[in-house]
Every structure is written in structure tokens, then in C-alpha cells.
Write a protein that binds this ligand. Structure first.
Ligand SMILES: Nc1ncnc2c1ncn2[C@@H]1O[C@H](COP(=O)(O)OP(=O)(O)OP(=O)(O)O)[C@@H](O)[C@H]1O
Ligand SMILES: [Mg+2]
Length: 266
């Protein structure tokens, strides 16, 4: 385990949050979901975000991905400050530069796997790069399933389609909120392997929220949140080193019900 960025990796920043705060509600019901968070997500790096339930993981991801507004601070994707964009420009940036993988796949049931994969590009009126698409489909191992509809695919295969869809347009950065949260451990391991390969072999940038130390160990780096703040960071994580850090987080004892319900620790 090291505490410095991996040697030899590019230091170009794919996304950056600076002093980012997000406050929900007002007065007595006010919740500070993010409290002056500063973090870089470097190009071709796989980052996992961990922390207890309610620590602000999804909020951080949604704010950095331009899916939610923030109260103060700034976010940039590449060289673009999100705060400087009008709604239309933000929608365009999300469409062109960012890929999403959600826990509930979000596949359209009436479309085939291939149609689901190319849907975002079809909507944007962009042609898929055929060679790239073939590379992604091959890597995800879906070549013989492309004509199937989601209902004809297993949960793991559906999530692989969702990963392929996120990769297909070569976004600058891919965000996943517990992308393997509802998969069995074997399918989860496959999807995580593809995400890691997309970083190692294709230079993709990936940011993933997870409760699972085993899933986090696929990443190059784990960032820990507690009470809306970044409280720790590990490079080259192992499941053990991640568990160890989690035990020391405020409110982050893995024996608490939040972790029993959602984490897969074996
Ligand atoms: N729309 C909202 N309105 C009010 N409070 C919210 C809203 N969304 C989130 N919060 C609060 O902000 C805090 C951070 O929530 P967030 O969803 O980011 O947590 P999380 O770390 O993703 O948790 P989990 O692991 O349970 O998904 C929590 O206290 C939550 O209750
Ligand atoms: Mg969440």
C-alpha cells in the first residue's frame, strides 16, 4: 500500500471538486451532505468512493457528474467549470463527456442489447466508432448476446450491457453508483474486472461508489467519506486494507447495520 499517486500514471485531471458543499433543506431540517470536499479524479485512474450510509457518496458523485446542483465551491470536468454552464450546455457536456452506470441497469426492455448500448449515441445523433464498439463488446463478452432483450439476459449480463453502454461513446469519465450492488459475487467480479480492464487497457477514467471492500480493491485508489468530508485515502487497496480503514472511520464500523445490509465482505 502506498499513499502517493501510482508511479508512471498520468496526472491529468478528468474531474475536480474544489471546496464543494451541498446543503439540503433549511433551518432545523438542514442537512450538510457535503462539507467543503476537494478531490481530483485523474485520467486513466479507477477510484472507489466509500463511507457509511448517509456520508455523502451519492451526493458527491451526482454533483461532480453534473446531475445535481451544489451550494458552494466548484466542479470541473476536464477544463470546463460546471458552474459556468447553462442548462443546455450542461446537458450536452453530460451527454458527450460523461458515462453513467447505475445499480438498476436502466436498460430499455423493448430494445436489444446492442440497441441499448448505442442508444445514448443514437439520441445524440452520433455514429458509433465501429472498431471501438467491437473492442468494447469483445471485452465485455457480449458478442453472442447482442440481439437479446434485457429480459433474456441474466442480471450480470444486463449490467455488462450497461457497462458497454457507458464505455461505447468513449466518455472522459464514467461514474457508477454501486454498479455491482445487486449482482451475485461472480457477476459482480466480472463487471468489476471489465471496469478495471477499461482503465488499464483503454485508459478510461472510472469513479465508483461502493459499500464493498472486495469491490473497492479493484480500484487504484479508495477515497473515504464520513459526514460529508473526505477523511482518508488509500492507493493500491486490498480488501483487508480497506476494511481496516473502514473500521477507523467515524461511524464506519463495518459491524453496524448499514454495512450488514449492503456490503459484501467475503
Ligand atoms: N434530496 C435530499 N433531501 C434532503 N436530504 C438529502 C437528500 N438527498 C440526500 N440527503 C441527505 O444527504 C446526506 C448524504 O446522502 P447521500 O445519498 O449522498 O449518502 P450516501 O453516502 O450515498 O448513502 P448510502 O450509502 O446510503 O447510499 C444524507 O444525510 C441524506 O439523508
Ligand atoms: Mg448513495
Amino acid at each position: 500500500m502506498t499513499t502517493t499517486p501510482l508511479a508512471g500514471r498520468t496526472t491529468a485531471v478528468a474531474a475536480r471538486a474544489t471546496e464543494l458543499s451541498k446543503v439540503y433543506g433549511q433551518g432545523e431540517t438542514q442537512v450538510v451532505a457535503l462539507d467543503r470536499v476537494s478531490v481530483d479524479f485523474r485520467q486513466a485512474e479507477f477510484t472507489a468512493i466509500m463511507g457509511p450510509s448517509g456520508s455523502g457518496k451519492s451526493t458527491l458523485m451526482h454533483c461532480v457528474a453534473g446531475l445535481d446542483t451544489f451550494s458552494s465551491g466548484s466542479v470541473r470536468i476536464g477544463e470546463t467549470e460546471l458552474g459556468s454552464l447553462k442548462d443546455k450546455q450542461l446537458t450536452k457536456l453530460r451527454r458527450d463527456k460523461i458515462g453513467f452506470i447505475f445499480q438498476a441497469f436502466n436498460l430499455l426492455p423493448t430494445l436489444t442489447a446492442l440497441e441499448n448500448i448505442t442508444l445514448p449515441m443514437d439520441i445524440a445523433g452520433r455514429k458509433a466508432d465501429k472498431a471501438w464498439l467491437d473492442t468494447v463488446i469483445k471485452m465485455i463478452g457480449l458478442a453472442d448476446r447482442l440481439g437479446h432483450r434485457p429480459s433474456q439476459l441474466s442480471g450480470g449480463q444486463q449490467q455488462r450491457v450497461a457497462v458497454a453502454r457507458a464505455l461505447a461513446s468513449r466518455p472522459d469519465i464514467i461514474f457508477g453508483d454501486e454498479p455491482t450492488g445487486n449482482l451475485d459475487s461472480r457477476s459482480g467480479a466480472e463487471v468489476l474486472g471489465f471496469l478495471r480492464n477499461s482503465v488499464r487497457e483503454l485508459g478510461q477514467t472510472v469513479v465508483m461508489v461502493t459499500h464493498d471492500p472486495v469491490a473497492a480493491a479493484y480500484a487504484d485508489r479508495v477515497v473515504f467519506l464520513a459526514d460529508g468530508r473526505i477523511v482518508d485515502e488509500v492507493y493500491e487497496p486490498t480488501a483487508d486494507s480497506v476494511l481496516d480503514r473502514m473500521r477507523n472511520l467515524p461511524g464506519g464500523n463495518p459491524q453496524t447495520p448499514e454495512f450488514d445490509g449492503k456490503g459484501r465482505t467475503s
